[in-house]
Design a protein around this ligand. Structure first.
Ligand SMILES: [Zn+2]
Ligand SMILES: [Zn+2]
Length: 225
């Protein structure tokens, strides 16, 4: 019998046989599947969990400081205790299989939200962070979506030698900055990242893209913290 892709150490077996015929079989046991909490309501602009209907205070703040910068953020899952343990395993083990566990849900979600998407831009990590984590999960998330164009960029620490000769730059919240590598940017781009927390990284990356002439920028993140 096959084991659950996440809690295999606990020995939970997959109960159903859908993997036998389904093109997108479930890799998770029922316990784990039900522990991933999907976003079903919240702020209409950033998916934050709020009680009232409409736009949250954080978004109103962003809109005041950066009007029309980011169209909206959508997220598939909430950040709960289960997601926290899942994320830390995924980020620091660099385990490719862990990224595959939600691939069909993630892909369906993205294409429902952005049926016309022609280009996506994963948020890059600095070299230092990349080494820590072994891989960049925003790029992994982007690659899973099967969108025609992936916008490449690099992220540097201030003062880094390789940063010389930059074309587009913008300070990110951690003092690093981003250089866009792709030319001929389309007029509409969806930013891809693993978690939307304060929105600072996404907004700053959106500013880079808008500065490079992109007219519409939205973001799609796996998790809304
Ligand atoms: Zn499980
Ligand atoms: Zn909001």
């Amino acid at each position: 019998m096959r084991q659950c892709g996440f809690c295999e150490k606990r020995g939970n077996a997959l109960l159903d046989w859908s993997w036998w015929w389904s093109a997108t079989p479930s890799l998770l046991c029922e316990d784990c599947q039900s522990s991933f909490e999907k976003v079903t309501a919240g702020c209409i602009r950033c998916a934050k969990a709020i009680n009232e209907v409409g736009v949250c205070l954080e978004c109103q703040d962003w809109e005041r400081h950066y009007p029309n910068l980011l169209e909206r953020n959508v997220s598939l899952y909430r950040y709960n205790a289960f997601m926290k343990s899942y994320l830390s395993q995924w980020k620091f083990s660099g385990d490719y299989v862990l990224g595959q566990l939600f691939v069909s849900q993630w892909r369906d979600f993205f294409h429902r939200q952005f049926p016309q998407a022609e280009a996506i831009a994963p948020i890059p990590l600095t070299e230092e962070r990349r080494k820590q984590r072994k891989f960049n999960q925003a790029y992994q998330l982007a690659a899973l979506l099967e969108v025609p164009k992936i916008i490449e960029s690099e992220r540097y620490k201030e003062g880094q030698q390789s940063a010389k000769g930059r074309v587009e730059r913008l300070d990110m919240d951690d003092g690093s900055w981003v250089k866009l590598l792709s030319a001929n940017l389309p007029k509409s781009i969806v930013i891809i990242d693993d978690v939307y927390t304060t929105g600072a990284t996404v907004h700053q990356f959106a500013k880079t893209l808008r500065g490079a002439g992109v007219l519409e920028v939205a973001s799609c993140t796996l998790i809304r913290a």
